[in-house]
Design a protein around this ligand. Structure first.
Ligand SMILES: [Ca+2]
Ligand SMILES: [Ca+2]
Ligand SMILES: [Ca+2]
Length: 182
């Protein structure tokens, strides 16, 4: 992936995460994210919601520590791109995945899987994506089919994990497009 592609992906992530459209990432953006997810999936229960909130807090603090170069307590678009554009180094990307994104994506999973049967159907998947990405430039059904590796019509935890890995790690500079979920 070229530097320009990495930058474009990072800018898209940033814009998706800047929920209140202030031009900066702050805790408020993450709080809004948690509220939207738990509001859309109300059956998850307090424990799973608290778990998601904890992971969001952790993710925010980690990003702030990595990226807030001028120390004003918030992360600008430029700071975000400058900090995470460096992640094309595979070791750093692997650490980002294992310490932050993987555990956080499990917390999200637990909330989205409303009946707790260990699988997510296409409706739940679409409902979640609608909260986090601009669906106008995305084919949800195709993404679901790509994720549903065993073709049973549901995403199990490993399949979900594979999708998250492809989505986030590709932007961190690691090409995972040919690897399936582990
Ligand atoms: Ca913001
Ligand atoms: Ca800053
Ligand atoms: Ca499946």
């Amino acid at each position: 992936m070229s530097d320009d592609e990495v930058r474009m992906r990072l800018e898209r992530h940033f814009d998706g995460l800047d929920r209140n459209r202030s031009g900066y990432m702050e805790w408020e953006d993450w709080r809004l994210y948690v509220n939207r997810v738990t509001g859309r999936f109300p059956r998850a229960g307090a424990d799973r919601n608290d778990h998601l909130s904890l992971h969001a807090r952790r993710a925010w603090e980690w990003i702030r520590d990595q990226a807030d170069a001028d120390g004003d307590g918030r992360v600008s678009r430029e700071e975000f791109v400058a900090a995470f554009g460096r992640l094309s180094d595979g070791d750093t990307a692997a650490r980002l995945w294992s310490t932050l994104i993987d555990p956080a994506s499990h917390a999200v999973w637990a909330v989205v899987d409303q009946d707790g049967d260990g699988r997510i159907d296409e409706r739940e998947f679409a409902d979640y994506l609608e909260l986090v990405v601009d669906l106008s430039d995305m084919d949800v059904a195709a993404a679901f089919r790509r994720g549903d590796q065993d073709g049973d019509g549901y995403l199990n935890r490993a399949e979900w994990r594979g999708l998250m890995r492809d989505y986030y790690m590709a932007s961190a500079g690691e090409d995972t497009s040919t690897t399936g979920p582990t």
